[in-house]
Design a protein. Structure first.
Length: 273
């Protein structure tokens, strides 16, 4: 069973079921339980979080209904076992990690752990393939449209991990001369963070190295117009230097110097996941 929270919230099993079946509060409850799995959550706290406008009795009924709907959704998976996955133990509710639950946020955290675990992660072809599959599952902000404090915090954390991981993989693919895959990933990441200037420089460099210098210049001209219109700012000196180097790209020696831009800072700090 595949569960998605990054962008359009949905569950896909033998048939597709949409989180709206749970209702707005039930969708938020599901997001909370999946964000903090394997932890006991007191039912009173969950009611206060997701049904604060209801009195105690109506809040309990709403909570019971939402848990029942979520459990029914999970039970549609062939691997589901009664009494597992989503459990109620006394006054507490627990959602357990299980191998048959494929949650995009969990997958992103695992991929980020691999890419951000050190200054020079050992990314073999098999690991890169798995990480790419996870990064392309990122379709937008976590629980898009919601604005609770815990959602905003988790949204920012997951977005940061996605962008940092994408940049490392883009650089890795570029240094391996896999320019097509690197360009696709850079464009994918820039859909969700178009003003991330370091990533823009990577894309410009990759386009030039892929013998698409004119495409790089056109992208830069479009991008600079966008940031001036939307943000009222100009590119950083490093970005201006990169595009000038691309405009003057005429020989292999210049290309080699341009490729060195992908090496980046080897002494990057470790990041908390």
């Amino acid at each position: 069973m595949a569960v998605s929270f990054l962008g359009a919230s949905r569950v896909t099993s033998s048939s597709e079921k949409i989180w709206s079946d749970l209702g707005p509060a039930g969708r938020r409850l599901a997001g909370f339980l999946f964000t903090f799995p394997d932890r006991p959550h007191r039912r009173e706290r969950l009611i206060d979080l997701f049904w604060p406008e209801l009195d105690a009795e109506r809040g309990r009924r709403a909570m019971n209904s939402a848990v029942w709907r979520l459990r029914k959704l999970l039970a549609s998976a062939p691997e589901y076992k009664e009494g597992h996955s989503l459990r109620t133990v006394g006054p507490e509710t627990i959602l357990e990690r299980t191998p048959w639950l494929d949650v995009d946020t969990w997958a992103l955290l695992e991929a980020a752990q691999t890419t951000l675990s050190g200054p020079e992660p050992d990314l073999g072809s098999a690991a890169i393939k798995e990480i790419l599959a996870v990064l392309y599952r990122y379709e937008g902000p976590f629980l898009d449209g919601e604005d609770a404090d815990w959602i905003l915090e988790e949204r920012e954390r997951l977005h940061s991990l996605f962008i940092r991981s994408a940049m490392i993989v883009v650089r890795h693919l570029g240094l391996c001369a896999q320019y097509h895959d690197a360009i696709l990933l850079a464009r994918h990441a820039l859909r969700f963070d178009p003003y991330r200037e370091e990533l823009v420089r990577h894309l410009l460099t990759l386009l030039a190295l892929d013998e698409r210098r004119i495409d790089a210049i056109r992208y830069y001209d479009h991008w600079i117009g966008m940031i001036r219109k939307e943000l009222g700012i100009s590119p950083l000196p490093a970005t201006r230097a990169a595009i000038e180097e691309i405009r003057d790209l005429h020989n292999a020696e210049n290309a080699q110097h341009l490729r060195a831009r992908l090496v980046g800072r080897d002494e990057r700090p470790r990041f908390a996941i």
